[in-house]
Write a protein that binds this ligand. Structure first.
Ligand code: IP8
Length: 259
């Protein structure tokens, strides 16, 4: 089984509130179906989640009742994105089962405290494709928290032990600097903790779920739970399908500390 995260930057326009990139989503759905691989899917929230979550400071927990309406709006928006994504995938021939985290997970102080992984296993055994996504979830200490796609990826990697983990983004992989800002930025083919420590700390476009460093740190931890962990560009046609089939492609390979 291959665990795939479709990043919010690849299936939405992150700069424009609630803008779904249907063309990319349809193509990625077809690539997943064409690979014939058994997959579990996680998708990010992109502009369906981060814009309003930031506006209502949902990542800091609930301190004012006025945030509850913001939380409800984000929940409704990310479900809309999930429905769009589910339709693209089912139309491509995949038997998708949407598993919203608010209904199968609990947070504690911003950490993912519980995820009912058994539900994912059951649907996988039925040969269906479980799909979950970044959401707003009940938090035993903060009232509500943001549960990111990366937190879900980590827990699912621990519970389901996938053969491979793939992060689909809008750039070719991990770069020595922000490729959108620095023309000299080069792709890092093998990413480990030493590489992470050497990357410049930029706070540009920090999501409510953390910086790129937090995300890479998660990936390094996850790399120990699988045979291969890749970060690739889903905006380039064919890369996801080739990676799912085990072919060589342009990507960053993340390696953990234990192996
Ligand atoms: O896009 C964020 O999940 P991510 C979830 O995977 C929300 O970081 C609701 C902002």
């Amino acid at each position: 089984m291959i665990l795939v995260k479709l990043g919010g930057s690849v299936i939405t326009d992150k700069g424009r509130y609630r803008t779904f990139d249907r063309d990319t989503a349809v193509r990625l759905a077809k690539e997943i179906a064409a690979s014939g691989e058994s997959v579990v899917l996680v998708h990010g929230a992109g502009s369906f989640g981060h814009v309003l979550a930031k506006e209502h400071s949902l990542h800091l927990g609930i301190t004012q009742s006025s945030q509850l309406m913001g939380a409800a709006m984000v929940m409704s928006d990310v479900r809309e994105l999930d429905l769009e994504m589910s339709r693209c995938l089912t139309e491509a021939g995949l038997s998708i089962v949407p598993l919203p985290p608010a209904s199968c997970a609990e947070m504690s102080g911003g950490d993912l405290h519980m995820l009912d992984a058994e539900r994912f296993r059951r649907y996988l055994e039925l040969d269906m494709v479980p799909m979950t996504f970044g959401d707003v979830v009940w938090d035993r200490r903060r009232g509500l928290s943001i549960c990111s796609g990366d937190q879900l990826m980590m827990r699912l990697a621990k519970e389901l032990r996938p053969d491979k983990v793939i992060f689909v983004t809008d750039v070719d992989g991990v770069f020595t600097a922000d490729p959108n800002l620095d023309p000299k930025a080069t792709l890092v083919e093998t990413v480990d903790r030493m590489v992470l420590d050497s990357l410049p700390r930029t706070e540009r476009n920090v999501d409510v779920t953390g910086s790129i460093f937090a995300k890479i740190s998660y990936m390094i931890e996850m790399a120990d739970l699988t045979d291969e962990c890749l970060v690739l560009n889903g905006k380039v046609p064919g890369r996801l399908e080739a990676a799912l089939k085990g072919e060589d492609i342009v990507a960053s390979k993340v390696i953990g500390g234990v192996k």
